[in-house]
Design a protein. Structure first.
Lengths: 235, 235
DNA sequence: TATTAATGTATCACTATGAAACAATAGTAA
DNA sequence: TTACTATTGTTTCATAGTGATACATTAATA
């Protein structure tokens, strides 16, 4: 296992991705834990010399989750000096590699482009990369202390997601193909962090004209069965 | 005049700024024209090794306009491969410098962070930098062909400005200290690109509670004189 | 067949908004 | 002084959207 090659990647440029998933109850994000350090961080990566930025992020997401063609949104670029922390990066590498050179491009300052994605929690097989020994889902309400400015990045991502939720009908990838109105509402509540009125939520969603109603779902409960819906596929 | 030093700046990282001004009638942006090439581009710059990104952009804005403490908003980071155009950069440098090395960090690929600013058109003394022989205002409706992906960047900036206009009461810096309701409306119309209903516009602005009403402005016209307003300064 | 619990829909009050009318007023001209 | 005009400030009205609540429907169970 060798260090990433400095001629293959653009120096000083990174991306970090905040990957949201929905457990059926709570909103989660994917976090990595580095080998032998107890340190957590957002999954991120670097941009190859001849690779578009968006493509680099997609590649990283696919490598880590196995998912392709996912709604990915760039939300902010982080370039403060608090980001610079060569000591931490050195320890991460030293915990993994026998020999770490005294100077390396990974120790230098990075400007990081933040992206977020929304994916179906149930379809993910998170794979740790070479630097981390675990990658797992964490409650957005219980995010541990993260490296660098990653806690701030998570905050910003959530903020962006909340304010743009309606416009972007984001839930597309957070739910399975077919879902009930209640499940859709739970997604909204998990993201916005507050209860929604059931009747009004239903009215609003139906009025948007983006839902297709299918057969009912008989779950066995002694009550009216809900309809299943899917998102209208624009032709 | 020497080329910028590669040890002083972060390679591969640039910013471009779309600086909006209001002429009293139309929305304008600042564009630079490079020496002896007839080429136009957005004013932009590079980030120093120990300088926060935001600070770099503020420094550039101040250098070019003399204005400080201006509303600056980051809106998108551009990282496609169409951005790469070493030939154009070479010609720009050659038109200015006697000797240009065959290899230079300015010829390599840049990822650029886009910012926009809103400033008082009348307070600006635009100063060309060493690479450009003019910097001037252009109508947003009549932007000439720009270098690299700068036309796309302008589009994105306008889009962002339009969709966030209400939330951010941006006009703060586009108008003089005191202004009439009509002038405020003209700013909105110039940005949104469409007429607003006078009565409804007034009602909405007043209901926001961000305006302070002052004395009337007697312009000499044979009609009712308008009030002057300023933006409420939160204490 | 009554009961229960969840779902689908309707109602009502209130607010926001577009369109239009009305009212006020600073100057000009008779 | 008195119309007249142009612009500004305000009101009115119809309509659409929204929060809160009630009502109606229905799948299973007792």
């Amino acid at each position: 296992m060798s260090l990433p090659d400095s001629t293959q990647y653009l120096p000083h440029i990174a991306y970090d991705s905040v990957i949201f998933g929905f457990s059926g109850e709570k909103l989660k994000i994917l976090l990595m834990e580095y080998h032998n350090t107890g340190w957590f961080a957002l999954p991120g990566g670097f941009v190859k010399v001849n690779e578009p930025l968006d493509e680099a992020v997609n590649r990283g997401l696919k490598e880590r989750t196995g998912l392709d063609q996912i709604y990915l949104e760039q939300f902010h670029t982080f370039g403060s000096l608090e980001r610079v922390n060569p000591e931490a990066m050195r320890k991460i590498l030293e915990a993994q590699h026998k020999e770490v050179p005294s100077r390396h491009w990974l120790f230098e300052r990075f400007i990081s482009v933040g992206y977020y994605a929304l994916i179906d929690y149930t379809k993910v097989e998170a794979k740790p990369d070479s630097l981390s020994d675990s990658i797992d889902w964490y409650d957005v309400g219980e995010v541990p202390q993260l490296l660098f400015d990653h806690n701030y990045i998570v905050e910003k991502a959530l903020e962006h997601l909340r304010t743009h939720l309606d416009q972007k009908l984001l839930s597309v990838n957070l739910l399975p193909e077919r879902f009930t109105m209640k499940e859709l509402q739970q997604v909204y509540e998990a993201i916005l962090g507050e209860k929604q009125n059931r009747a009004n939520f239903q009215r609003k969603m139906l009025s948007l004209g983006i839902l297709e109603r299918h057969e009912k779902l008989y779950s066995g409960g002694s009550h009216k069965a809900p309809f299943l819906y899917s998102f209208h596929t624009r032709s």
